[in-house]
Design a protein around this ligand. Structure first.
Ligand SMILES: Nc1ncnc2c1ncn2[C@@H]1O[C@H](COP(=O)(O)OP(=O)(O)O)[C@@H](O)[C@H]1O
Ligand SMILES: [Mg+2]
Length: 146
């Protein structure tokens, strides 16, 4: 399904709906370049999951954790990662659990190494403040779009 966002707040509100439908074990792979809105979207995911939404880019930390009572969101940035060996050293696979949701920026870099059953969120910049956001891979989100 697709959603057209006209502002960062729009993106956060849509992501909040998506976030409220997430469950432990979910893995989100973002596609979309620099400034597309991946980190902004993650802010909404946190809101929807009832987690603190002090979200920042994990570019330097590689992974940020947003801890909740039942679910923890692990927010990765794979900008500097490529391939299976590299990914192993981040401990990525150890973060996958029924109590965690994982959101991955720059998933393009590790596309072939991700599990099959994931949710892909593609964000296309169509204008300065407009983003076309498409959610692939799960029917759960069908009613959240335009
Ligand atoms: N509709 C929109 N949705 C999300 N971000 C937007 C939108 N319009 C403009 N922006 C701007 O685009 C930038 C997105 O930044 P960020 O979320 O850090 O992107 P990324 O993590 O993909 O690099 C922010 O400066 C934000 O204000
Ligand atoms: Mg980012």
């Amino acid at each position: 399904m697709t959603f057209v966002s006209h502002s960062p707040d729009d993106t956060i509100a849509f992501a909040e709906k998506v976030g409220s439908l997430l469950k432990g074990g979910d893995i989100i792979a973002y596609k979309g370049g620099m400034g597309a809105g991946k980190t902004t979207f993650t802010r909404g995911l946190c809101k929807g999951l009832g987690l603190p939404d002090e979200v920042t880019s994990p570019t330097f930390a590689l992974v940020n954790e947003y801890r909740g009572e039942e679910i923890t969101l692990y927010h990765f940035d794979m900008y500097r990662i490529s391939g299976e060996g590299d990914l192993e050293t981040t401990g990525f696979y150890d973060y996958i659990s029924p109590e965690s949701v994982i959101a991955v920026e720059w998933s393009e870099n590790i596309e072939d190494c991700l599990p099959k059953d994931i949710i892909t969120i593609e964000i296309e910049t169509t204008d300065e403040n407009e983003r076309k956001i498409t959610v692939f891979g799960d029917e759960r989100f069908e009613d959240t779009g335009d």
